[in-house]
Write a protein that binds this ligand. Structure first.
Ligand code: NAP
Length: 296
């Protein structure tokens, strides 16, 4: 595939990852980025997906749009399954007709296995809860369509201005004298700017023929390096931001939520590092960079 300029169709352009990707793509003259927020392209509408793909004929479709309210999903299953699941199948089928490629984002929630070892892409998936099942359905429908597609599984996404754990802790630490944070769920945050940087690097390398179709067309984990609990994360956020709130570690059973959280979300990064030459940052360096961006 060679072109003077590659047409990119980006969904979820106002979300954490979508916004960060748009920011990078729009300054690369190799790409023409057609970006859509939910009001401009609702991926729960198959007709909109078909028509927009037919009009734009994208070389690459980057799907960051998703139903990410994991607790709300438990009582809104149909919507969540359509947006995270069936819509992925519609996108893939419409792309097939245009010979388009797909970059799609999935989640640590598909694993739900407490192995104690970093989770590999080939590990068994045991999604628990509506959101987790919807994300796996999306992955499977994309694979079934048989188009060239890269699926990036990420976790604990943070960005300077998004709706995320980092900003919740910064807000609560100003409002309350003490916080109780779960200390038995392990994982690593992924910062939207790092996800965007790697997505852009891989996309550009693939467009230039430096990454083969075979390497592109696969599932990869991508997050920061490290293994922490939400408690560890909260403590470090407050320490670096100069917040004096007292933080108490608690077990998950003391903080019941409608959706089950995975206890173990630590993902192996070996595949994306060896096959695609990715260089994920350590979570602490990435956190510091994000706080600098927030001027904290
Ligand atoms: N956030 C996390 O911690 C996390 C963890 C693991 C994996 N992921 C995955 O990473 C990807 C990016 O997540 P993110 O953190 O950037 O999520 P986000 O900030 O919640 O952004 C998702 C975007 O999708 C949009 N959207 C929702 N329903 C839509 C629809 N029917 N049609 C079009 N757009 C729709 C939302 O618009 P509105 O705001 O208007 O609803 C929002 O702008 C997703 O695939 C997510 O599942 C996220």
């Amino acid at each position: 595939m060679t072109a003077d300029k590659y047409r990119i169709l980006l969904t979820g352009s106002k979300g954490q990852v979508g916004k960060a990707i748009l920011n990078i793509l729009s300054s690369n003259p190799l790409f023409d980025c057609f970006h859509f927020d939910r009001s401009q392209m609702d991926i729960s509408r198959e007709d909109q997906i078909k028509n927009i793909i037919k009009d734009i004929k994208p070389h690459y479709f980057i799907n960051t749009a998703a139903y990410t309210a994991v607790d709300a999903a438990e009582s809104d299953a149909e919507n969540c399954m359509v947006i995270n699941g069936h819509a992925c199948g519609w996108i893939a089928e419409a792309l097939k007709k245009q010979n388009g490629r797909l970059i799609h984002f999935s989640s640590d929630y598909v694993y739900h296995s407490y192995t104690g070892f970093p989770l590999k892409e080939s590990d068994v998936t045991r999604p628990a809860g509506v959101y987790a099942k919807s994300k796996l359905l999306g992955e499977n429908l994309i694979r079934e369509a048989g188009i060239p597609a890269m699926i990036l599984r990420t976790s604990w996404v943070c960005s300077p201005d998004g709706k995320n754990f980092l900003n919740t802790i910064l807000r609560l630490s100003e409002q309350r004298p003490t916080l109780q944070i779960v200390n038995d769920q392990y994982g690593a945050p992924a910062f939207a700017s790092d996800i965007a940087h790697e997505t852009h690097r891989i996309l550009e390398a693939h467009a230039k023929g430096l990454i083969s179709d075979h390497e592109f067309n696969d599932t990869y984990n991508f997050t920061s390096h490290g293994c922490i609990t939400w408690y560890d994360f909260a403590v470090k956020i407050c320490q670096l931001a100069g917040r004096t709130v007292e933080i108490t570690p608690i077990p998950s059973k003391s903080y019941p939520t409608p959706a089950k959280r995975p206890y173990w979300s630590v993902m192996s990064l070996n595949k994306i590092k060896t096959k695609l030459n990715a260089r994920p940052p350590h979570w602490l360096e990435a956190l510091k960079a994000c706080l600098r961006e927030k001027s904290l």
